[in-house]
Design a protein around this ligand. Structure first.
Ligand code: K1U
Ligand code: ZN
Length: 175
């Protein structure tokens, strides 16, 4: 398995729309396994393939405290939404930022599992929020898009500054 690099906002690759998986083969299963390893190490409760620069409709989730309830969603679709809930959200592609976002608080969804079999499930609370957040990623949407332009620009500037500071100093020529 491998730890994958996570893209950070405002990287334009996060705006790509992910393509459906046509066949759950070894390559897709390896991506799923690498995504779980990356998500657990980050640590995060979810990860979408687009965040690791793999534009496929693949999501990994584990909201359990023990980190032992992995959930794989390939080609996920939301079938029903009910209610509204406002919850603090974070994002591994927008590190260090937590903001309130309103989403449906109960959903029914369909997806393929790691074994390629289709399943349907209901989800509520944090799981429902996390699934909606990850499916947004697959459509090139980020949770900061629900915030005001001003807030989003501030976050963009902060992360751009942090990325510049993390870059090594250029080596100067000494004459
Ligand atoms: O998609 C992502 O970037 C992952 C993101 C998922 C998410 C969090 C909160 C609400 C909606 C979606 C994260 O995992 S951010 C990190 C986080 O929330 C967390 C990390 C460790 C333990 C518990 C939570
Ligand atoms: Zn995210």
């Amino acid at each position: 398995m491998a730890i994958l690099d996570i893209l950070h906002f405002p990287d334009p690759r996060l705006r790509n729309k992910a393509k459906p998986v046509s066949e759950v083969n070894e390559r897709v299963r390896k991506l799923v396994d690498d995504m779980f390893e990356t998500m657990y190490q980050a640590p995060g409760i979810g990860l979408a393939a687009i965040q690791v620069n793999a534009p496929l409709r693949v999501v990994t989730i584990d909201i359990s405290e023990e980190r032992n309830q992995p959930l794989t969603l390939i080609n996920p679709e939301i079938l029903e939404r009910e209610g509204v809930e406002e919850m603090d959200e974070g994002c591994l592609s927008v590190p260090g930022i937590y903001e309130k976002v309103k989403r449906a608080d109960r959903i029914r969804f369909r997806a393929l599992g790691r074994d390629g079999n289709a399943y349907e499930r209901d989800a509520d609370g944090l799981l429902a929020v996390c699934i909606q957040h990850e499916i947004d990623h697959l459509d090139g949407k980020l949770f900061v898009d629900y915030l005001s332009n001003l807030k989003r620009q501030r976050i963009r500037k902060k992360l751009e500054k942090e990325a510049r500071q993390a870059m090594p100093e250029p080596v100067g020529t000494v004459i």
